[in-house]
Design a protein around this ligand. Structure first.
Ligand code: NOJ
Length: 574
C-alpha cells in the first residue's frame, strides 16, 4: 500500500500502522494559518468552517495532514500564540463544534489534524497569570511562572540581561497589591506572553491534561511551539550574546525529560491511534535539533537550517548533508526507533521562499538581528526568478527521506507582500522593533482562491468585513482557480510532485547518494532509490547526462536534456 492509500485507509479509532512504517515518517504536512486560510462566516478572519469548506483543495494537492495554527481564546497579541484558555476553540474560529466538523471531514478524506500547542508561555490573560498578579511574591500561581525580584536599587533593573525575541528586555515589572513597583516576570516573547516555570510539576501536569483533552477529541498530534525553550538554565544566569551560541534560555538538557513523558503519553494511545509531535526547536546545530527526535522522544523536529540558507548549491547540499549525518548519528546512538527531521522552506514566521530566493541585492535598512536578516532579508527582489527557484527548491526537497512541511500558499507560489501599509501591520515584531525588520505579516496575507470573487474568495461574497490584512491586486493571477487547470502553474507542479512522491518516493531506500557533476559547482544531483534529482542553482543551462535517466517532472515544465538555470528535475533512473 503506498503512502496515500495508507492514509486513506486510515480511520481514526483503527490501527493504522503498516509495514511501511508509521504515517509521519514521510508525510507531507500542510500548515493552515487559520486566520488567513479561508473565512467561512464573513468576519474577515479565517476560521475552521472556512478550512473545512476548502478541504478538497488539500485533497487534490495530496497532503497527508494539516497543522492548524493556534485557534484558542486569545487576546491575539501574537497571532494567537498568546493562549488564554488551552481547553477550548475560540468562538471567532467557530468554537469546539467547528473543530469537530473539521476533524471528521478531514479524517473521512484520510487527512490527519495536528493542533498547535504553546507550552512555553501563555497569555497574561490566562486565569493562572491573572491570579498570580493578585498574589504576593511566592504565591501558588506566581510559582507557575518565572517571577523574580529585580536587580539594583529598589529592584529597579530586570533580574538578568535576557532580551525578548521581539525586541527589548525579556522582563516586565508588575505592581504589588499596594501599587508600588514589585517583581518582574519573564517573557521570551511579547510582554503579553508570560513564560511558565517548567520546573513546577503543576505546569507539567497541566499540559498533560491539555494533551489528553485534545487527543481524546480525535486530534492526531501537535506542533510544539518553542519546544527548545521550556526549561531555562537553573538560576537564570546572564549570558554574553557575542560568545555563547547555546543560550541559558533554550535547549537545556532537561527539556528532553518533558518530551520523553509526552511520547509515553502519546504511545499510550497505541495500537489504535498513531499520534505525533513535531518540535519547533531552533537549535544551534543539526545535532542539537536531532536530539529532539532520539528514540523515546518526539516524532519529528523541524530542520530550520535550510530556511536560513540563500539560494546556493553548496549551501543547500551542505545543509542537507549535515541534517542527514545528525540523524544517522542519532540512529546509531539510540536503542529503539528514532524520529525524523522535517524538511521545510516556509512557515508563518519567515519571508516566503519566492521572495527570499528572488533577492538580487540586500539593501537597507537591514534587520540588525542575524536570524531576522536570514529569514526576512530585505532588498531588491526579482519575483519571477524567485518563483522559478522556489519551484526548483520544492523538487529538491520533496524527494529527500523524511517528512516535508508546506505552508499555505507555497503551492500557489505566493510572494511575500512587502508593501503592506504600516498601520495595517499587526505583528509585534513590526510594532516593537526599530523598523529594520518588517515582521511576519507579509506571509500571512489571506489566500486568493477565486480570481473573480470579491476578496479573491477568501471571505463569502456577502462578507461584513474586509480581510484582516489587505490582499494585493497581484494575487489575482495567482488565485487557486486560475492555477488549477494550467499545466504550467505552481499548483500543478506541486500536485504532480506530491502524487509522484507517493508513488515512487515514499518508502524508497533512505540513502541519499550525491552524484558527481563534472565542471559545475552550481549543479547539485542526488540519487535516492530509483530517482535522480538534479538542481541547477546557476544561470547557465546544464546538459543532463543520459545515465541519470528519463525525465519524470521538471520545475519549469520544459522538455529535453538541457536543464535551464534555476530549475530542478526528477529523473527515473530505474
Ligand atoms: C513560534 C511561532 O511560530 C511564532 O509565530 C510565535 O511568535 C512564537 N513561537 C512565540 O510563540
Amino acid at each position: 500500500m503506498n503512502g496515500r492509500a495508507r492514509a486513506r485507509h486510515a480511520d481514526a479509532g483503527h490501527d493504522d500502522r503498516s509495514e511501511g512504517g508509521p504515517w509521519w515518517r514521510e508525510a507531507v504536512v500542510y500548515e493552515v494559518y487559520v486566520k488567513s486560510f479561508a473565512d467561512g462566516d464573513g468576519d474577515g478572519l479565517g476560521d475552521l468552517d472556512g478550512a473545512t469548506a476548502r478541504l478538497d483543495h488539500l485533497v487534490s494537492l495530496g497532503v497527508d495532514a494539516l497543522w492548524l495554527t493556534p485557534c484558542f481564546p486569545s487576546p491575539d497579541r501574537d497571532g494567537g500564540y498568546d493562549v488564554a484558555d488551552y481547553f477550548r476553540v475560540a468562538d471567532v474560529y467557530g468554537g469546539d463544534a467547528a473543530l469537530e466538523r473539521l476533524i471528521e471531514a478531514a479524517h473521512s478524506r484520510g487527512i490527519r489534524i495536528l493542533l498547535d500547542l504553546v507550552p512555553n508561555h501563555c497569555s497574561t490573560e490566562h486565569a493562572w497569570f491573572r491570579a498570580a498578579l493578585r498574589e504576593p511574591p511566592g504565591g501558588t500561581h506566581r510559582r507557575r511562572f518565572l517571577f523574580r525580584d529585580g536587580r539594583g536599587p529598589n529592584g529597579g533593573g530586570p533580574p538578568n540581561n535576557w532580551r525578548s525575541t521581539f525586541g527589548g528586555p525579556a522582563w516586565t515589572r508588575v505592581p504589588d497589591a499596594d501599587g508600588t513597583p514589585g517583581q518582574w516576570y519573564l517573557h521570551l516573547f511579547d510582554p503579553g506572553q508570560a513564560d511558565f516555570d517548567w520546573r513546577n510539576p503543576e505546569v507539567t501536569d497541566y499540559f498533560e491534561r491539555v494533551l489528553r483533552h485534545w487527543f481524546d477529541r480525535g486530534v492526531d498530534g501537535f506542533r510544539v511551539d518553542v519546544a527548545h525553550g521550556l526549561l531555562k538554565a537553573p538560576g537564570l544566569p546572564d549570558y554574553d550574546p557575542e560568545l555563547d551560541l547555546a543560550t541559558p534560555m533554550t535547549n537545556q538538557p532537561d527539556v528532553h525529560d518533558v518530551y520523553r513523558a509526552w511520547r509515553a503519553l502519546a504511545d499510550g494511545y497505541l495500537p489504535g491511534r498513531e499520534l505525533a509531535f513535531v518540535a519547533e526547536a531552533w537549535a544551534p546545530t543539526a545535532v542539537d535539533a536531532a536530539a529532539y527526535v532520539r528514540a523515546g522522544e518526539l516524532h519529528q523536529a523541524f530542520y530550520f537550517d535550510l530556511v536560513m540558507r540563500p539560494w546556493d548549491a553548496v549551501e543547500f547540499r551542505a545543509s542537507v548533508q549535515t541534517a542527514l549525518e545528525a540523524l544517522a548519528a542519532v540512529r546509531e546512538a539510540g536503542s529503539g526507533e528514532n524520529g525524523e527531521l522535517a524538511w521545510t522552506l516556509e512557515n508563518h514566521d519567515v519571508f516566503r521562499s519566492v521572495t527570499r530566493y528572488g533577492l538580487l541585492e540586500r539593501t537597507g535598512p537591514l534587520p540588525s538581528e542575524p536570524h531576522a536578516a536570514a529569514v526576512r532579508p530585505r532588498g531588491v527582489v526579482d519575483v519571477d526568478l524567485g518563483r522559478a527557484r522556489a519551484r526548483a527548491a520544492a523538487l529538491f526537497l520533496l524527494a529527500l527521506p523524511g517528512p516535508v512541511y508546506l505552508y499555505q500558499g507555497e503551492e500557489l507560489g505566493l510572494p511575500e507582500v512587502l508593501d503592506l501599509p504600516d498601520d495595517r501591520r499587526q505583528d509585534p515584531i513590526a510594532r516593537r522593533g526599530d523598523g529594520s525588520d518588517l515582521g511576519r505579516d507579509g506571509c500571512r496575507v489571506p489566500l486568493p482562491w477565486n480570481v473573480d470573487a470579491p476578496t479573491f474568495g477568501f471571505s463569502p461574497p456577502d462578507a461584513r468585513a474586509e480581510p484582516w490584512l489587505p490582499q494585493p491586486a497581484s494575487f489575482a493571477a495567482l488565485a487557486a482557480d486560475v492555477q488549477a487547470d494550467d499545466p504550467r502553474s505552481t499548483l500543478t507542479l506541486y500536485r504532480r510532485a506530491l502524487a509522484l512522491r507517493r508513488e515512487r518516493i515514499v518508502g524508497a531506500p533512505r540513502t541519499v547518494e550525491w552524484l558527481a557533476v563534472a565542471e559545475r559547482d552550481d549543479v547539485v544531483a542526488y540519487r535516492r532509490g530509483e530517482l535522480v534529482v538534479a538542481t541547477n542553482f546557476g544561470a547557465e543551462p546544464f546538459v543532463l547526462p543520459p545515465s541519470w535517466g528519463t525525465v519524470l517532472l521538471r520545475s519549469d515544465g520544459a522538455d529535453g536534456d538541457l536543464l535551464g538555470g534555476s530549475t530542478a528535475v526528477w529523473l527515473d533512473a530505474s
